[in-house]
Write a protein that binds this ligand. Structure first.
Ligand code: 5AD
Length: 352
């Protein structure tokens, strides 16, 4: 058995495009000994390509206004009870200066698909962050036109996150009313063509999703040569149509993380915040030992954090910002790893 799994993982690792059945076989494994082998295999690859340090990124959720009605998402337009907010430019800069002082080298600017987001305003925010702080800027503001993506890229944005959520068209359509799967696919390719380091990812364990579909997601990550892949177990939100559905399994999310590492050796794979909330315990440390190498810290001003409810915040994922240092020290100790605040620090560690 041990030998069989090792051979299969070697085959998957070396293939230009692995067979879907091989991926499905690994995704179907249940016994803990086999799973430990899969996770250890991914962990070794992660150590070789990304080093021992957990790479930090900071996220600012600058608007929770959204025009979409994604069935799983708590900031869906259909959620009329939610208080909506938009950070001013000054509030964004205050948060950026805070995370810069903390030592983090990358900021992710994320929002719902806010129809009032003006492209020129975002250009000036990107330019100011670049000129004052010299940070790597990642955008995650959803579907916009090619021209806007180009504009922001020219203004200095380095990376873009646009999740496919599922690579299965029928499931995509059932979760995303009024949205187009073909358009989503096209936009991800356009982001790549503009020279963004591009991230995508999926949501795991929504009703109707099968092992075959998950295998297709993983093959999609590979075919797209993604630079970043975020994997979220589904967490039911009480004010959505999926309120009474079962949560996605964090174990399944870990298997997907491990396989993603095995297929995309070099990708940056976060231990996502959703993993901190699913199935009752914080599975981020397990993810960091099964192929993940990145951790996101939330620098949204405290007074707005409670309103960016993609899923219910059952536990405060890392406590208030003032407690992040202690949280990191404990996490690094549990995983037996160090912390890299910037990509430069990470490179220096890998080369040392
Ligand atoms: N459970 C897990 N992940 C979710 N997201 C949104 N709602 C949920 C939920 N209920 C994820 C989606 C989205 C990202 C920002 O958050 O994958 O792309």
């Amino acid at each position: 058995m041990a030998h069989k799994i090792k051979c299969l993982l070697d085959k998957i690792s070396e293939a230009a495009l692995p067979a879907r059945e091989d991926i499905e076989y690994i995704l179907s494994l249940e016994d803990s000994l086999s799973l430990q082998r899969v996770f250890a295999y991914a962990d070794i690859l992660r150590a070789e390509t990304k080093g021992e340090a957990i790479l930090l990124r900071a996220i600012i959720e600058f608007s929770n206004v959204c025009r979409n009605r994604c069935a799983y998402c708590g900031i869906s337009k259909n959620n009329r009870g939610l208080l909506r907010y938009r950070l001013s430019r000054d509030e964004i800069m205050e948060s950026v200066s805070r995370l810069h002082a903390f030592g983090i080298g990358t900021v992710i600017l994320q929002s719902g698909e806010d129809p009032c987001l003006e492209s020129a305003w975002l250009v000036s925010v990107i330019e100011e962050i670049k000129s004052r702080f010299g940070l790597i800027v990642t955008l995650s503001v959803g579907e916009r036109s090619f021209e806007e993506y180009a504009l922001w890229r020219n203004a200095g944005a380095d990376r873009y996150l646009l999740k496919i959520e599922t690579a299965n068209e029928a499931l995509y359509r059932s979760l995303h009313p009024e949205m187009s799967f073909a358009r989503r696919m096209r936009l991800i390719s356009e982001l790549k063509s503009l020279g963004y380091e591009t991230g995508s990812g999926n949501i795991v364990g929504v009703a109707g999703q099968t092992i075959e579909m998950i295998a297709e997601d993983i093959l999609f990550f590979k075919k797209m040569h993604l630079e970043m892949v975020g994997i979220n177990p589904f967490i039911p939100h009480p004010d959505t149509p999926l309120a009474h559905h079962k949560a996605g399994s964090s174990l399944m999310a870990l298997k997907i993380i491990a396989l993603t590492r095995i297929l995309l050796k070099d990708a940056n794979i976060p231990a996502t915040t959703a993993l901190a909330h699913s199935n009752g315990s914080d599975a981020r440390k397990d993810a960091l030992m099964a192929g993940a190498n990145v951790l996101m810290l939330n620098f949204t001003p405290e007074k707005y954090k409670a309103y960016y409810t993609l899923y219910p915040h059952l536990i405060r994922e890392s406590g208030p910002i003032t407690g992040y240092k202690d949280f990191l020290t404990e996490l690094a100790a549990t995983c037996g790893r160090s912390i890299a605040y910037t990509e430069k620090a990470l490179r220096e560690q890998v080369c040392a």
